[in-house]
Design a protein around this ligand. Structure first.
Ligand SMILES: [Zn+2]
Length: 182
């Protein structure tokens, strides 16, 4: 924003932070209060949705990372891979060695991505927090009082936190609104 006018405080400015490479359709996270009778159904639908997005993303990410890694191995392979080359001895042809290295990189990248996607999937669960029904507010930091009216809270409920727009849309289709936070 350098060089702009002094009144550059636009309401359109969105909080920016480090964006992960999986944030294709990510927006600020929100808590939704899920009524007990809806929790099971909704969570099942949300998990299915998240799994589908993850599975769709996986090959694209894998391809991108592998292309980058393979490119590096091919370009810089000789200078970087001197040590493993010497350790493996001369029985291996150069081409076989490069294939082996690329295969190793692909496996490592696939493993790392699978772990990452699994973490994203596992976060798809219900969190329990106290809440203030009149304010439709969630005490997401577990401070014990309502972030809006400051009343001490005792009622607890199941909440789902998401920053994916497709999941927000799915929840909103059930007539649920995001809860206010501190
Ligand atoms: Zn309140």
């Amino acid at each position: 924003m350098r060089g702009g006018g002094s009144d550059a405080r636009s309401p359109l400015l969105r909080p920016s932070g480090p964006r992960s490479f999986t944030s294709v359709n990510k927006s600020p996270g929100m808590y939704f209060h899920l009524p007990v009778e809806l929790q099971e159904t909704l969570l099942r639908e949300l998990r299915r949705l998240r799994l589908r997005s993850s599975v769709l993303r996986f090959p694209v990410l894998l391809l991108l990372f592998c292309a980058a890694a393979a490119g590096l191995v091919l370009l810089k392979g000789d200078s970087w891979l001197g040590l493993p080359r010497r350790l493996l001895g001369d029985n291996l042809s150069d081409q076989a060695f490069r294939l082996l290295m690329i295969g190793t990189v692909v496996l490592c990248v696939a493993g790392a991505l699978a772990y990452l996607l699994r973490q994203i999937y596992r976060k798809c669960s219900i969190e329990h927090h106290r809440f203030c029904a009149p304010c439709n507010a969630v005490d997401s930091d577990d401070k014990g009082y309502c972030p809006v009216c400051r009343l001490v809270l005792s009622e607890e409920g199941g909440f789902f936190f998401t920053s994916y727009s497709n999941e927000k849309q799915l929840i909103e289709r059930h007539g649920l609104l995001p809860s206010k936070e501190a």
